[in-house]
Design a protein around this ligand. Structure first.
Ligand SMILES: [Zn+2]
Length: 284
């Protein structure tokens, strides 16, 4: 019988890992859009420029101890720093709790880290930098050779076309490739149509490249679920925000942020959702 501490320890480990990685992701959110180095210089207050002491740089805890203010100039520290750290910790923990510890877990943690950076950069600046989405898509394609994407579309196409069953790694790679190309392509068509009808850009190329990355990591079905869920959240939460915060119709929603949250949910719970949906139809 395992003693209690051995079952709690891995959970604590993933929460702590998430807090530490989240602290690093904050640096990426602040510096990547400016093409600044994410390694040097060390963290400093964006207001007074004072270097942040190691004991004031403990994820979430320092923010609470300092009362959300810089120690030297007392200017408020953005709520985003602890939010990014807490979200990363929650996501890392959920990944371990739902997926366990396997190669797929590591692939998902890399994917989620990139997604969290994109969620907050889009929220701040309404951009999704190529410096994350393009290498991210390439990583998704490469990782599909390590941990199976398990989408099934490649196998389906091979069966319909009468090809002999390929090795699992190859099928996984094609699932990743189909996800990237089809989701990126699908959103591109939507973006073009929207632009021609409304004469304003509703969907940026950043969103399209983001979905290429999501498709590469998750495969076609989960990526399509991401688009549906992200659009739904964008419509409901975004329009409610426009209404209650008194923004006008020209207010630009951070659609990439919604897609990012949807991608995390789809990656962790999407397979079950699709499974139940399919069963519902089988029942009739
Ligand atoms: Zn300061």
């Amino acid at each position: 019988m395992p003693i209690e501490s051995t079952t709690i320890l891995p959970h604590l480990f993933f929460i702590l890992l998430g807090l530490v990685i989240g602290s690093f992701l904050n640096v990426c959110v602040a510096r990547l859009p400016q093409d600044e180095s994410i390694v040097l210089p060390s963290s400093h207050c964006p207001n007074c420029g004072e270097a942040i002491k190691p004991y004031d740089n403990i994820p979430v805890i320092s923010y609470l101890l300092l009362g959300g203010k810089c120690r030297s100039c007392k200017r408020a520290i953005s709520w985003q720093y602890p939010a990014v750290e807490a979200l990363t910790a929650a996501t890392f923990w959920a990944t371990f709790a739902l997926v366990g510890f396997q190669l797929k877990t590591l692939v998902l943690l890399v994917f989620f880290s990139a997604i969290i950076v994109l969620i907050f950069i889009d929220l701040n600046l309404r951009i999704l930098p190529d410096v994350i989405t393009l290498p991210g898509t390439l990583m998704g394609l490469l990782f599909s050779l390590l941990a199976p994407v398990e989408d099934g579309t490649a196998n389906f196409i091979a069966t319909v076309a009468g090809f002999p069953a390929g090795p699992p790694r190859l099928l996984s790679f094609f699932d990743s490739l189909i996800g990237a190309l089809f989701c990126g392509g699908f959103l591109w068509v939507v973006a073009e149509a929207y632009f021609r009808i409304r004469k304003i850009e509703g969907l940026g190329f950043g969103d399209i490249k983001l979905m290429g990355m999501v498709g590469a990591f998750l495969g076609l079905r989960l990526a399509l679920l991401t688009i549906m869920l992200g659009s739904f959240m964008g419509a409901v939460i975004g329009l409610a925000y426009i209404k209650f915060a008194g923004k006008d119709g020209q207010y630009e929603l951070p659609f990439g942020s919604f897609l990012g949250i949807a991608a995390i949910l789809a990656a962790l719970r999407g397979a079950q959702v699709i499974g139940q949906y399919t069963n519902l139809f089988r029942a009739f």
